[in-house]
Design a protein around this ligand. Sequence first.
Ligand code: IPE
Ligand code: IPE
Ligand code: MG
Length: 239
Amino acid sequence: MENRIDHLAIIMDGNGRWAKGRGMPRLGGHEAGTRAARKIVEASKDRGISYLTLYAFSSENWRRPKEEVEGLFRILESFIDREIDRLMEGGVHLNVIGDLSKFPDVLREKILSTIEKSAVNSGIYLNIALNYGGRDEILRGVRRFLESGASLAGLSEESFSSCLDTSHMPDPDLLIRTGGEWRISNFLLWQLAYAEIYFTDILWPDFDEKALDDAISWFATRQRRFGMTPEQIEGKDTP
Ligand code: IPE
Ligand code: IPE
Ligand code: MG
């Protein structure tokens, strides 16, 4: 059976180094990163991907200098203002995973109203991970599970998954990390259990359609076994 990407997740890393290489301030790299993101959303939709999750701000990124964090929020806000019409035209259904409660009120309201507006769209489901950390999400999930009044006997992988931020989505099939680091950085710890993982040295602002196609071609060559033997998988494939 051909490998299909229903859900693509991306760790968009390397904006700072991209800027440094051009003698620009780091925020210039983040600005360029939003242009790459726009391109990849469209390209993913064109390639029939149903869910795209982009890691934009981790729960650890608060450790960065205040000016960078504030600059990132400004860039996000103007990205929404600038892109809302295009997102709507492109049939993008926006969603956020992560804890928005710590975001500035104005930005949070803007994000929530955009999510609401775009809920009628069904072209591609775009998930942006904001103040997202896999461990934080799991702990919030545990809280949700307990607060729902569910009993311990009802605890299963399925019932717990439904308490996570990604409750209504399939797990990612492919994770791409740009920027040359080989780590997960607290992204989707639960959901990546069986994702194929693709690392590239390309810095995020340089990641384009060709780079996406290279990742997709690599993914197509993988044999996903989910714990079974290669023979079992091959046997399944022959009619
Ligand atoms: C990723 O790029 C974007 C965010 C984490 C917000 P970086 O800002 O981490 O860029 P590098 O890794 O320093 O080059
Ligand atoms: C991961 O990148 C988070 C995002 C891309 C938003 P980082 O640059 O924060 O990751 P580390 O700190 O190098 O692991
Ligand atoms: Mg980085």
